[in-house]
Design a protein around this ligand. Structure first.
Ligand code: ARG
Length: 383
């Protein structure tokens, strides 16, 4: 029998995939990845079995996600069209885990439950192609007969697949780094997002701001308010705190890899706070040339992540540049969380390039203002 490893989320689509693949003669192994999403993994396992999976893997990938995916993205400050890439960062890690499982299980086939219109199919398949091009990919949603959600539900009911039908009208993807929300009323770009679309950030205004201090060591945040904290706990904590203030929301019309525009909401309080803090600290400790060049790198890095090329050689090469720059990124950033935004209100570092003696307008200034005359004269000589 043909063995296949399916990236299983527990939603309607992937549950129907299990049964559909069974019907097509595959021996299905469901692979569930824990990237910090709210989920009852035992219940998901049962659901997969009810749909016909012969075996279920539940992999806790939170540590790798934080250390090997989120951290490099933060150091690079990779963004795509103002999106912090939570979903895009999760996919290559899930793909990599599935390759490991396929090797362990001696399976020749891998499958995902993505549609033919989205980005995630590209991310899974490019990762698989780069990591093991001998694996054969099956994408049931691109070829099956169901045209609507209703047809899928009917098929699921007929086949006794456990369903959670009070599920939201939105399609939601969640992990430690953020939540992505689409479908329903959001498909009309003019519609203001209904309050129930937001999953983790509060709409209610909080009136009194709070202050935070985050300490970075070589580009990695290691202390919150002077206390050491693991990166994973820090993300959880900042999502909670920032979420209360409604920080890190985005309502974006974005350009998908497959060429269409789509509208999506994002919630990523920790990402917003950490990117802002990291960037502010870089502005204090990196020289202008490096800062300018790093902007280009950030743009490219974000694009690579979005386009599903996490495992490409260029990404590793860029990491080399980024890690070199991060040696100086040590210091503390003081932030103020107000409703809907996070302000940077102070920064300090042992590697600071800010020289008060030169910048001050006070009497202790050591800046030789007379020298400016010759400087401008030479600059202007060609005009
Ligand atoms: N547009 C986002 C991306 O490509 C998220 C995709 C998944 N979104 C969702 N609501 N299921 O990374």
């Amino acid at each position: 029998m043909k063995k296949i490893i399916l990236a299983y989320s527990g939603g309607l689509d992937t549950s129907v995939c299990v049964k559909w693949l069974n019907d097509k003669g595959y021996y299905v192994i469901a692979a569930i990845a824990d990237l910090g999403q709210k989920a009852n993994f035992k219940a998901l396992e049962k659901k997969a079995i009810s749909a016909g999976a012969k075996k279920v893997y539940i992999s806790d990938l939170k540590k790798e996600f934080v250390q090997d995916f989120i951290l490099p993205a933060l150091k690079a400050e990779g963004v795509y069209e103002d999106y912090y890439l939570a979903t895009a960062l999760g996919r290559p890690l899930i793909a990599e885990e599935i390759v490991k499982i396929a090797h362990r299980e001696k399976a020749d086939y891998v499958a995902h439950g993505c549609t033919g219109k989205g980005n995630d199919q590209v991310r899974f398949e490019l990762s698989w192609k780069i990591l093991d091009s001998s694996l054969q990919v099956i994408a049931p949603l691109r070829e099956w007969e169901f045209k609507t959600r209703e047809e899928e539900i009917e098929y699921a009911k007929k086949n006794n697949i456990v369903l959670d039908l009070k599920k939201s009208v939105y399609s939601i993807d969640e992990n430690l780094w953020g939540v992505s929300i689409e479908c329903g009323e959001l498909e009309e770009p003019w519609n203001e997002p209904p309050t129930d679309a937001w999953q983790t950030t509060a709409s209610k205004i909080v009136s009194s701001p709070i202050y935070l201090e985050i300490y970075f060591e070589k580009g990695m945040p290691v202390k919150l308010n002077n206390k050491e904290i693991s990166f994973e706990d820090l993300i959880t904590e900042l999502n909670k705190l920032g979420g209360k203030f409604g920080i890190g929301r985005r309502d974006l019309v974005e350009d998908r890899i497959v060429g269409i525009k789509s509208r999506e909401l994002y919630e990523a309080p920790a990402a917003e706070i950490l990117y802002k803090a990291h960037h502010d600290l870089e502005r204090l400790v990196l020289d202008k040339q490096t800062l300018d060049f790093k902007q280009l790198i950030s743009l490219k890095y974000g694009e690579i992540i979005y386009q599903g090329l996490w495992f490409c050689g260029l990404k590793s090469a860029l990491d080399g540049f980024i890690d070199f720059t991060q040696k100086r990124v040590c210091g503390t950033v003081k932030l103020k969380l107000c409703h809907g935004r996070c302000e940077i209100v102070g920064r300090r570092s042992e590697h600071s390039l800010y020289k008060k003696k030169l910048a001050t307008y006070g009497k202790d200034s050591e800046f030789d203002q007379k020298a400016a005359e010759g400087f401008i004269k030479i600059l202007g000589m060609g005009y």
